[in-house]
Write a protein that binds this ligand. Structure first.
Ligand code: 3PG
Length: 307
C-alpha cells in the first residue's frame, strides 16, 4: 500500500487535513501526518517509508530524499518551490509539483491589510494616507498579481505591472498598464507589491538603486520571499528616505536591526501568514491530495516543476 505523508511545520487547518485524508484513503493509500515538528531529524525519520510527501514551506533537501528511499513524488501545497532541491529530485527520479494559484487570493487580500496598516501609521491615530487615486505597481503578474490588480481597482487605484514572462495583451486586457521596464514601474508607483519567486535570477533584485526610484510616500509590500531583497539596500532606504515604509510577510535576516530603528515604518509577520486562511489551506491541500492520487493512479504529471 502506498504511503502519503503530510509534513507541515506550520500545519494546515484541521478541516483541510481531514479532507486530504479522505481523498488519500479513498484511493486506497495510507495517510500519515507530521505537524509542528521542531527538528530535521523528526522529518528524516517520518519520511523513511513514504512514497509521497505533501509539504508547505518545509525543506526537502538531498538529506530528506536520501532518507526517503521509496519516495516518488513531493508536492508543495502552494506556489513557491524554492524549498525543494529540484536537482536532487530529478537525479533520483522524484517528481516535484506545486499547486499554482490555490492560495493566491489569501495572499492578495493580506497585501492590502498590510499596506493600509502601514500607511495609516499602524493605527496610532496620527495622520495617514489613502489608496484611492494612488498608483500601485505589481512586480510579477502571476496568479497573485492579477488578484492584487482586481482588488486595487476596487480601491480606485491606478494599476501598473511589470512581468517580462507575461504577454502585454493579457495585462492590458485586465485594464492594467504594462511597464516593459522594471525601473519605470518603480519610478511611477508609490506603492509596490512584489511577487517574484526566489531563484538565482531574482536574488537581491530589489536593491537600493531600484527602490530609491520610488516616489514620495514609497511603500513596498513583500509577500514573496526574503531572498529577493538586498537587505543592506533596504536599510539604506530606511536611512535615506524618511518616507519609506516596508511590509514583509517573510522575516529578513536583519529584522531586529530594522525593528529597533524604524519600527513605525516597518511591519513583519512573525511567521509567513499570506496563505494561512481556511480557504487557502483547503484549496492548496485538496489540490495536492488530488494531484498525488492522480499521479499514483493515472501517472498524471501535470504541475511537475522539475522537468
Ligand atoms: C507559497 O509559496 O505558496 C506561499 O509562500 C505560502 O507558503 P506556506 O504554505 O508556507 O504558507
Amino acid at each position: 500500500m502506498k504511503k502519503v505523508l503530510v509534513a507541515t511545520e506550520k500545519p494546515f487547518a484541521k478541516a483541510a487535513v481531514e479532507s486530504m485524508k479522505q481523498i488519500i484513503t479513498a484511493a486506497g493509500f495510507e495517510f500519515v501526518t507530521l505537524e509542528k515538528y521542531k527538528t530535521k531529524e523528526e522529518l528524516l525519520s517520518a519520511v523513511a517509508l513514504v512514497d509521497g510527501i505533501i509539504i508547505r514551506s518545509d525543506i526537502i533537501d538531498r538529506d530528506v530524499m536520501d532518507a526517503a528511499k521509496n519516495l516518488k513524488i513531493v508536492i508543495r501545497a502552494g506556489a513557491g518551490y524554492d524549498n525543494i532541491d529540484l536537482n536532487a529530485a530529478t537525479e533520483k527520479g522524484i517528481v516535484a509539483m506545486n499547486t499554482p494559484g490555490q492560495n493566491a487570493n489569501a495572499v492578495a487580500e493580506l497585501i492590502f491589510g498590510m499596506l493600509i496598516y502601514l500607511i495609516r501609521n499602524k493605527y496610532d491615530a496620527s495622520v495617514g494616507s489613502e489608496l484611492r487615486n494612488k498608483k500601485i505597481g505589481i512586480h510579477a503578474y502571476g496568479y497573485i498579481g492579477r488578484i492584487v490588480a482586481l482588488i486595487a481597482k476596487g480601491f480606485g487605484m491606478k494599476v501598473y505591472a511589470h512581468d517580462p514572462f507575461v504577454d502585454r495583451v493579457l495585462v492590458e486586457n485586465d485594464g492594467v498598464q504594462y511597464e516593459a521596464n522594471v525601473e519605470d514601474l518603480y519610478k511611477k508607483c508609490q506603492y509596490i507589491s512584489v511577487h517574484l519567486p526566489a531563484n538565482e535570477k531574482t536574488k537581491k533584485l530589489l536593491n537600493y538603486d531600484l527602490l530609491s526610484k520610488m516616489p514620495e510616500g514609497a511603500t513596498l509590500v513583500n509577500t514573496a520571499r526574503k531572498e529577493i531583497i538586498d537587505e543592506a539596500g533596504l536599510v539604506k532606504m530606511f536611512e535615506t528616505r524618511p518616507d519609506f515604509r516596508y511590509a514583509s510577510d517573510i522575516t529578513p535576516d536583519n529584522n531586529a536591526e530594522i525593528l529597533e530603528k524604524y519600527s513605525q515604518r516597518y511591519y513583519c509577520s512573525s511567521k509567513k501568514m499570506g496563505a494561512q486562511t481556511h480557504e487557502a489551506n483547503n484549496n492548496a491541500g485538496l489540490a495536492a491530495a488530488n494531484q498525488i492520487v492522480n499521479f499514483f493512479v493515472k501517472g498524471d504529471k501535470s504541475f511537475q516543476v522539475n522537468k
